[in-house]
Design a protein around this ligand. Structure first.
Ligand SMILES: Cc1ncc(COP(=O)(O)O)c(C=O)c1O
Length: 396
């Protein structure tokens, strides 16, 4: 028989490290159940997946094809292809009237890659970083994996689900914070921060020496009012963005980060060591994507119509409570009057109406059991059909 020490040693080889043991996405269970229904011939309307149904802009695909025909795909500079960085800087000037030095722009492996670079360059292990609840789950999982402590602050309808300067400072007074991360438009709620709300939060963060990080991945998909970039309000903020959503390029894995000057070299050396550079073909395609905005705006109008159908249709089937669906392609609805458990609600809706949506527990450990996230990034025909199916299922 092995002695205890040897047994413990062997055990340590078969379990992941505590920080590597991050929770899975519940949405994956919904997707697996949907796949089973489809395998037996059912037609599921996928409102659980947070990605565009449309392909990348034709300009991006053509540029990638041309680069591929040349055959040689080399590493690029760690910070990205210079012309792409300049093109991103021009985007800030064109879209927001904000002047950004291309030297502050680093191309990343989607915004997911940008989070890792941002957190590593800005925070030490043990640092506390405020995020909102509901919120995008990988924020807290990545922070934890890197040894930081995510501090969840609940948002409510009292502030249109925005984190305020007062809420931030109250949490900071209890135990000091080193950072705060927000998204506008947000996932899962689709809510957006007004310019005043964003300015108030940045001012509070600055006054307390709290690093401000703005996830702007859903910019370009704003319906209620124009989204504000933190770049307009602060040169100390870290701004994260991606080609995944507005440009429909999820699988290309390309995004960017705007870093304050003081962090630029650290982000560059981290990227050199962690990934050398972002896939070259994706960078070439991303640069050309900016010339495909007209095509992407047509898709945005589809989302706008889908949003209208949901906002008008869901109350008719009894789903009267949802957060202001200002942007992105999400609507976050309170389903608690039908079922106390959103996972059970989503499961039954999938099995009986063949409509897949994501239970809120993925996004909100406090109140997620009462909410379901509907993604409306599909065709308008599918979204209209989904509302009809839900109506029949709920007997309306
Ligand atoms: C709020 C938010 N941030 C970041 C991401 C990550 O996107 P990507 O790494 O594809 O840029 C997502 C993806 O759904 C998201 O919803």
């Amino acid at each position: 028989m092995l002695d205890i020490a040897l047994q413990n040693k062997a055990k340590s080889l078969i379990v992941p490290s505590a920080r590597g043991n991050v929770p899975p996405f519940m949405v994956m269970d919904v997707m697996a159940a949907a796949a089973r229904i489809e395998a037996s011939g059912g037609h599921v309307i996928h409102m659980e997946v947070g990605q565009p149904a449309a392909p990348a802009p034709q300009t991006a695909i053509a540029a990638a094809r041309a680069a591929l025909d040349l055959g040689k795909i080399d590493y690029t500079a760690a910070v990205g292809i210079p012309s792409l960085r300049r093109r991103i800087a021009r985007h800030y000037s064109d879209a927001y009237g904000a002047e950004i030095d291309p030297a502050r722009i680093v191309v990343t492996t989607g915004s997911s890659g940008a989070f890792v670079l941002a957190f590593l360059s800005a925070f030490e292990p043990g640092d506390r970083v405020a995020i909102t609840s509901p919120g995008y789950p990988p924020y807290r999982h990545i922070l934890r994996a890197l040894g930081c402590e995510p501090v969840l602050i609940e948002t409510t309808s009292a502030t249109r689900h925005a984190l305020t300067g007062e809420m931030l400072l109250e949490a900071h007074r209890k135990t000091p914070l080193k950072g705060v991360l927000i998204a506008s438009p947000a996932n899962p709620t689709g809510t957006m921060m007004t310019r005043e709300a964003m300015a108030d939060l940045i001012a509070a963060a600055d006054s307390a020496g709290i690093r401000f990080i703005s996830d702007e991945i859903y910019h370009g998909l704003d319906y209620a009012f124009p989204a504000v970039t933190a770049a307009e309000l602060s040169s100390d903020a870290i701004i994260i963005n991606s080609f995944s959503k507005y440009f429909c390029m999820t699988g290309w894995r390309v995004g960017w980060i705007v870093v304050p000057e003081a962090l630029a070299r650290s982000v560059e050396t981290l990227q050199q060591n962690l990934s050398i550079s972002v896939p070259t073909l994706s960078q070439v395609a991303a640069e050309a994507a900016f010339d495909g905005r007209a095509e992407m705006d047509v898709i945005k109008h589809t989302y706008e119509e889908n949003r209208r159908i949901l906002i008008e249709g869901l109350p008719k089937v009894g789903l009267t409570e949802f957060l202001p669906a200002d942007g992105a392609f999400y609507l976050y609805a309170d389903i608690s009057k039908f079922n106390p458990d959103s996972f059970e609600f989503a499961k039954e809706m999938l099995q009986q109406a063949h409509v897949a949506a994501t239970p809120g527990m993925d996004f909100d450990p406090f109140h997620g059991k009462s909410f379901v996230r509907f993604s409306y990034s599909r065709s308008t025909q599918e979204i209209a059909e989904a509302v009809e199916r839900i109506a029949r299922w709920l007997g309306k």
